[in-house]
Ligand binder design. Structure first.
Ligand code: CS2
Length: 491
């Protein structure tokens, strides 16, 4: 079977969409950090549509962790397939916007050089929550993080995304390469503002004076990104080959739904992402709060509770009648009251649509995948809502149940970690289990005292603490099914 290549585009079956421009004529104007499946199924697709109007916005994609995607993409001249799957069927689109692929590993200086290239006017990033090396409870740069400590000591050899950005900005200033816009595409609260603070803190620690240049020359608009994109499986590769009649080693699988809301605050020109359906708005905050709390918050609940009930995939968890009812009630009773309605959105309809999206059986999205890195996710997904509820004197019983499920999950079983917990704080969790010998009440207390997650305020909140503690004890004693049944009896 032939391999996907520029010269083969005309040979694709007629029902496979392809670039509406000549990829060979595209100039690179965007540098993207984190060339994973999400970027390729989201921003790169909007860019693919935008290129039909303006050829200056090709993407130079940088992989930070592994060379796998960059190698595959290079062998296919940057082309890859996005297969969209729903209950009703599948469709495929070959995307041509990724014009260069670099693995940062041996090419750190090259990446820093590209960040300072005047032709790059927009930088985007999907490096996951933990990729910003910050304290998830406060959003501040974690200077004790080993990668940050390394990069502060070796500015010319950065390993972290933040170190790379600051090295790039420093060079950009020296080269007088002009202003640039950084668009964060990760699920962080106020992501533009948060990353600006992290970058500034790093710059101040390393090169006093640089942050003045950054303030004057780098715009950090916030953005809300949404599309469910599970990790690609070997069976997906075979599936896509059948759909496009060619071999593609870098396909991505996604749901049909996609949304991108971007704060309209750029330092200069930008791609016509609106041609792909992106919305440019003055204030992203209401969209972002809605998405983080309702979508991602419910996703994490489905992941931890679902995993403890033995569900392998998110769609199975969302089809579990008790768990579905719990997630719906949590949204309606505890989350929606804390969310301002964004323009043009009906929140009830949004939640119904979420449940439908979660139930898409054509997407093999593992509960374990969503459960990863909980310490970095739950502060913005649940705990910000908990804070609002406590401030209003309102109950947060359902959210406390989710937190208890996370604690139960993150403690593994009593013998070891049966769930193969992937989290930057895994060692802390294992230490807690050892220190408390798995005694539920002590264990709950120790988890609730992890300030990076709960912040000093929630750690010290008696109402929140007591509710979570009781539920952790119950979970250890009765198991998830019985506890969930009891949870649903709360009026
Ligand atoms: C998920 C997200 O893995 C996770 O934590 O909740 O990746 C989610 O699928 C996306 O944010 C949807 O836009």
């Amino acid at each position: 079977m032939k391999r996907l290549a520029l010269s083969e585009l005309s040979q694709l079956p007629p029902d496979v969409a392809r670039p509406a421009y000549d990829p060979a004529r595209v100039a690179v104007g965007i540098l993207h950090l984190g060339l994973g499946a999400f970027h390729r199924a989201h921003q790169a697709v909007y860019t693919d549509t935008a290129l039909a109007r303006d050829l200056q916005w090709g993407i130079c994609g940088v992989s930070l962790k592994t060379a796998r995607a960059t190698e595959a993409l290079r062998e296919q001249q940057g082309l890859y397939t996005v297969a969209t799957r729903s209950e009703d069927g599948a469709s495929a689109r070959v995307v041509g916007s990724v014009r260069e692929a670099i693995f940062a590993g041996e090419n750190r200086a090259v990446v820093v050089g590209r960040l300072a290239d005047s032709r790059i006017r927009v930088i985007t990033a999907t490096v996951t929550e933990k990729g910003y090396c910050h304290d998830p409870a406060t959003g501040a740069l974690n200077t004790a993080h080993p990668d940050i400590a390394h990069d502060l000591a070796h500015p010319e050899e950065p390993v972290s995304a933040v170190g790379m950005l600051v090295a790039g900005f420093s060079l950009r200033r020296d080269a007088a390469a002009g202003p640039v816009t950084f668009v964060c595409c990760d699920n962080l609260p106020h992501n533009g503002k948060t990353v600006a603070g992290i970058v500034r803190a790093f710059a101040d620690a390393q090169q006093p004076g640089l942050s003045g240049w950054i303030d004057a020359n780098v715009a950090f608009p916030s953005s809300m990104v949404d599309r469910i994109v599970p990790a690609t499986q070997p069976s997906d590769v075979a599936d896509v080959a059948r759909m496009i009649g060619m071999r593609d080693s870098a396909p991505v699988i996604a749901e049909a739904f996609t949304q991108w809301v971007i704060e309209d605050r750029f330092a200069g020109a930008r791609p016509f992402w609106e041609d792909g359906g992106a919305q440019f708005v003055a204030d992203v905050a209401p969209f972002e709060t809605m998405k983080l709390r309702l979508l991602n918050g419910s996703h994490s609940t489905l992941a931890y509770v679902g995993c403890l009930l033995g569900h392998e995939f998110a769609w199975q968890a969302a089809l579990d009648p008790q768990l579905a009812l719990f997630v719906e009630r949590q949204m309606a009773e505890e989350i929606i009251p804390t969310v301002a309605t964004p323009p043009g959105i009906d929140l009830r309809r949004y939640c119904e649509q979420l449940m439908q999206r979660f139930r898409n059986p054509a997407l093999p999205h593992r509960t374990q995948q969503i459960a990863m890195d909980g310490s970095q996710k739950i502060p913005q997904r649940w705990l910000a809502t908990v804070r609002d509820r406590l401030k209003a004197g309102a109950p947060c019983n359902h959210l406390a149940f989710s937190v208890a499920a996370w604690i139960r999950y993150a403690s593994g079983d009593k013998v070891g970690n049966s769930f193969a917990i992937a989290d930057p704080l895994t060692a802390t969790f294992a230490q807690i289990v050892r220190d408390t010998r798995g005694a539920p009440l002590h264990l709950a207390d120790a988890f609730l005292s992890v300030h990076q997650v709960f912040g000093a305020d929630l750690s010290a909140s008696p109402v929140f603490r007591d509710t979570v503690r009781a539920k952790v004890v119950e979970l250890f004693r009765d198991g998830m099914r019985a506890s969930l049944t009891r949870q649903l009896q709360y009026a």
